[in-house]
Design a protein around this ligand. Sequence first.
Ligand SMILES: [Zn+2]
Length: 155
Amino acid sequence: MKTSSFRVVSLPSEIADAARRAVKTGAVDHALITVDSPESSPCRHCLHWAQPGERVILFPYSSIPSGHPYSETGPIFVHADNCPRYNATNEYPADFRNGRVFRAYDSNYNIIDAQVVDGAEPEVVIESLFENPETALMDVRSMTRGCFTFRVQRA
Ligand SMILES: [Zn+2]
């Protein structure tokens, strides 16, 4: 099977760091939470589930910037303490192989396709969505709550 080269784009470190600063100044839209159950709070920076007892920050993030019909802002978590940014080519994050929906966007941020990954191989779904030359990127989201998890781009 031919596999398209893809790059996993996690939340930029500048945004994670800004959230860590904002929560310290008491920003009302940044909540500091201690995780109490496993697989409840995915950190968008290191792309791992935060473990029970770890602290995370919950804040709104514009996954699709304003000025587009599909502009979207929604809640995400990052670890409250520093964590390494996930940065990999052709390596799908192991913690999020199930329960995700993939939304394919064109270069103007219009949604042009979507597929659910739950039990399927995410690499196969990526391959299939990138077969359309119009697909510029895809956003991977929670299937149940809809929250943005990470982005996939062509490598
Ligand atoms: Zn993290």
